[in-house]
Design a protein around this ligand. Structure first.
Ligand code: GLN
Length: 540
């Protein structure tokens, strides 16, 4: 039977619940327990797919094609495991399921209510993940902040789970902010006290508190939090700001959180195996050789929009023991002529054109790629970045004037990127893109083939609607484009390269979603090697 750890948040959102959840999971895994993690999002969207990255950060794509919350990315990276779309439960999914059942007549005669119908649905979804994963421990992170109206049914459901699963099989961890007053330098605990009070009002007494603060918690602040939270001081942990998020599990482990959790759940406390993780963190922190990477995109003001790409660069950097310097360029500024497209290329050792949607900022990206080609700079275009690389090759090298993606210009004379026939008849936007992992056949002796160690078939995750238009392939190939990978099922273009260019790769799938701290994604290693003037791949 699985043990459950429920993680709630207090005072404000973005306090670090996701990283805390992932860290505790890692510490249990390091003790030999199998672990899975669920993110609950109390909003009414069915999934994150239709949400603006500015509101919600990156949409994380799972192996099975779920468009999920970015916390699933943290879980996958920390736990080194693939999760399912069912590991992201939203209020939208829960209400939709209950209402559909009501319409079918399954509740005939009954009044359908939040308690018990919604709460039952929540519990059954959590238990289903527990059952299917077979995990020893299931971490369940409740998104939002305690006190949010929309979060109430979820808190009620986990309160009930304590009764149903038993005290020894359930644990509540509350992550809350203890701010530091800049005027006096004093650590304030009142917000934590209040959020614990709110949690207790709902009927949940936390078993442990993780206090987030800029600096480590002072003994007096710890004592106060413990007292007001009705806990011994050993149950209060300090999670200060750290240089890299991967340090968080180590900081928490030092304070004994792993043993505390194991004991509390009646699990044998074992010596954690954290050697490799420590090595990874120390490589990350000790690297001094800088590699400058231009990050060209449309949502550059909120870095969370591209979090998996940033982490993938970090993993590859630790592996190569270099220090990545990410310089951000807003492509809409190039559209508006406020930024010279030569700058990102000139000022960096490599250029990444980021994924994206829609017209705004697209011409700016195309201009940057044109400079990349002229200046022979290492380049990686991901998803939309790859599609725009194809557009640039069409215009700049194949002489197809005004070539475009029909996503940007539906009337272009040369639709080198276009919708598949089947996509043209889809009118609903939610969950209808080409999503999830699928097999890709790599073409012998291409750069991409070598980077993926000569593998014939690889798997990467997708999230896109538009495709390279096969009608223009001959023209593009004559102009110097190389197709280095096709989808196994339908022969869709997956990777492109450019002849006589140092390093130029467009990737229709998102390689960043498979990158893990100790298993960096090959394309990012290759890019960072090329950025240093090395051969991109290591020949065996
Ligand atoms: N907008 C493009 C498409 O739908 C690319 C999507 C992306 O970059 N994730 O195909």
């Amino acid at each position: 039977m699985a043990k459950y750890i429920f993680v709630t948040g207090g005072v404000l959102s973005s306090v670090g619940k996701g990283i805390t959840t992932a860290s505790i999971g890692l510490l249990l895994k390091a003790r030999g327990y199998s672990v899975t993690a669920i993110k609950i999002d109390p909003y009414l969207n069915v999934d994150a797919g239709t949400m603006n990255p500015y509101m919600h950060g990156e949409v994380y794509v799972t192996e099975d094609g779920g468009e999920t919350d970015l916390d699933l990315g943290h879980y996958e990276r920390f736990l080194d495991t693939n999760l399912s779309k069912r590991n992201n439960i939203t209020a939208g999914q829960v209400y939709l399921a209950v209402i559909e059942r009501e319409r079918r007549g399954d509740y005939l005669g009954q009044t359908v209510q939040v308690i018990p119908h919604i709460t039952d649905e929540i519990k059954s979804r959590i238990r289903e993940v527990a059952r299917d994963s077979g995990a020893d421990v299931v971490l369940v992170e409740i998104g939002g902040t305690v006190g949010d109206i929309e979060g109430l049914p979820f808190l009620e459901a986990i309160r009930q789970m304590r009764l149903e699963e038993g005290f020894n099989n359930t644990m509540f961890i509350h992550v809350a902010l203890a701010p530091l007053l800049s005027t006096t330098g004093e650590q304030k605990t009142k917000p934590v006290q209040h959020s614990v009070q709110e949690l207790r009002r709902i009927g949940i007494q936390p078993d442990a508190i993780v206090a987030r603060s800029p600096k480590p918690l002072e003994p007096e602040a710890r004592r106060k939090i413990a007292l007001y939270a009705n806990l011994p001081p050993e149950a209060v942990f300090s999670s200060p700001d750290v240089e890299v998020i991967y340090e968080v599990p180590l900081v928490l482990e030092k304070q004994g959180i792993g043993s505390f959790v194991a004991k509390r759940l009646g699990l044998e406390d074992r010596e954690p195996d954290l050697g490799k993780w420590e090595e990874f963190v120390s490589k990350l922190k000790s690297a001094t050789k800088e590699v400058r990477v231009a990050m060209v995109g449309k949502y550059t003001k909120l870095k969370d929009s591209y979090i998996s790409i940033i982490e993938a660069i970090r993993h590859a950097s630790a592996y190569l023991h270099v220090k990545p310097v990410l310089n951000w360029y807003e492509s809409t500024a190039i559209d508006k002529k406020e930024l010279d497209p030569e700058k990102p290329v000139e000022e960096n050792d490599a250029v990444i054109v980021l994924p994206g949607f829609g017209k705004r900022g697209a011409e700016g990206k195309i201009k940057v790629i044109e400079k990349v080609i002229d200046m022979n700079k290492p380049f990686l275009g991901i998803c939309f970045g790859m599609q725009l690389a194809v557009v640039t090759i069409a215009r700049h090298l194949a002489g197809l004037q005004n070539a475009n993606s029909t996503e940007i210009d539906p009337k272009t004379p040369y639709p080198v990127i276009d919708l598949l026939e089947e996509q043209k008849h889809i009118d609903k936007l939610g969950g209808t893109m080409r999503l999830g992992a699928s097999p890709i056949v790599l073409i012998n002796n291409t750069l991409v083939h070598k980077i993926y160690s000569g593998k014939e078939i690889i798997y990467e995750r997708h999230r896109h609607r538009y495709e390279v238009n096969p009608k223009f392939l001959d023209k593009l190939v004559s102009a110097g484009m190389i197709v280095s990978g096709y989808s196994l099922d339908r022969g869709l273009v997956e990777f492109i390269e450019l002849k006589n260019h140092k390093f130029f790769i467009g990737s229709q799938p998102h390689p960043e979603f498979h990158s893990r701290p100790m298993k960096p994604a090959p394309l990012f290693i290759a890019l960072l090697r090329a950025a240093q003037g090395l051969t991109p791949y290591i020949t065996q």
